[in-house]
Design a protein around this ligand. Structure first.
Ligand code: FAD
Length: 294
């Protein structure tokens, strides 16, 4: 089922998760263990990240298996999955083959992303390519079998790091929607005001599609530096102080959970129809958050 259908049919706030493929050489057990626990909350869908090659010369990813994991989850749990697809590292031809795999597997949703490695290609080109396939237009074939993908794209409440300002970033986001994106998932944020302002700005320029907020519970002191440097987001001073006061990593974990509960409750009270949780390979914190609010 399409993400936008899940949202349209929702009669209470839904949840979804983002998970990472296991490291090369590991099994899928960690994912099944996680989902055996989190399935209690009836996730509307599960996103699976895509990992480019860490080294250009080594044509291998450290975390392969995105599409296989999506198919395995659908098969085992009957939950919709959303593979992330990057356009920065692949030719249009390779992408077309991947799209055909997804279509044949019965995967209805894709998160169309650029990835971090180039400034010469943009996610909009991937959105256009998926949208062409939805109309039966393949690279070298017109009038082929049409796919019917629901297309998601990324949005940045604190702006994308390359963008000169949030207004420019939002105008490019609008272009992605015009090109066929059906919904937006946001980068993580720790201050709900950032999300509310972002939604307001998007609506003002005429972006009408659902904007799904992404929440990540902080789980270690170390993340006070790694999250801002990896994801270009800010952490509110109040949260920093709470974490600094924590005597050990266990109490940091607790602070992260409580902050995410507070954020989630406020989003729900403001009528948000779905909250997307970034697991980053952990599920006990997500479990505590959801147990508290659902
Ligand atoms: P784009 O939409 O191409 O935007 C990138 C930059 O270019 C922005 O500054 C934008 O303003 C600008 N821009 C956009 N369109 C144009 C245009 N037509 N002309 C000029 N400038 C333009 N990365 C991974 O490697 N794997 C993942 O699984 C993954 N999952 C993610 C999930 C979410 C929800 C989010 C928010 C990000 C994820 N990322 C992932 C990170 C993402 O790949 C990076 O943030 C990347 O740098 C930008 O991707 P994008 O799709 O937003 O790119």
């Amino acid at each position: 089922m399409k993400i936008i259908e899940h949202i349209a049919n929702a009669n209470k706030t839904l949840v979804s998760f983002e998970i990472l493929p296991p490291l090369r050489g590991k099994s899928m057990d960690s994912i099944f263990n996680m989902l055996n626990i989190l399935k209690e909350f009836n996730p509307a869908f599960i996103n699976v990240t895509y990992h480019k090659n860490e080294k250009e010369e080594l044509n291998m990813s450290r975390r392969p298996g995105t599409i296989g994991i999506c198919a395995a989850i659908m098969n085992k749990y009957n939950i919709d999955t959303v593979p992330h697809l990057l356009c920065a590292n692949f030719s249009k031809e390779i992408i077309e083959d991947l799209l055909i795999d997804l279509y044949f597997l019965g995967i209805d949703n894709i998160l169309a992303l650029r990835g971090d490695s180039t400034k010469y290609n943009h996610a909009i080109n991937l959105v256009k390519q998926i949208n062409y396939l939805n109309k039966g237009k393949y690279i070298y074939i017109e009038g082929g079998q049409s796919s019917n993908f629901c297309i998601g794209v990324a949005g940045y409440p604190e702006k994308h790091f390359e963008s000169p300002n949030i207004e420019t970033d939002i105008l490019y986001l609008k272009e992605k929607v015009k090109a066929g994106a059906n919904y937006i998932i946001t980068q993580m944020f720790f201050d709900n005001k950032k999300y509310f302002h972002f939604v307001e700005k998007c609506r003002k320029v005429g972006i009408k599609v659902p904007i799904i907020p992404g929440i990540k519970p902080i789980s270690s002191k170390y993340q006070l530096n790694t999250l801002p440097s990896n994801f270009y987001i800010k952490i509110p001073e109040e949260l920093i102080q709470e974490i600094k006061k924590s005597k050990n990593e266990q109490s940091v974990y607790k602070v992260g959970i409580e902050w995410a509960i507070k954020q989630s409750k406020e989003l729900i009270n403001n009528g948000v129809k779905i909250i997307h949780y970034y697991t980053m390979g952990k599920h006990d914190n997500i479990y505590c958050i959801l147990k508290e609010i659902y």
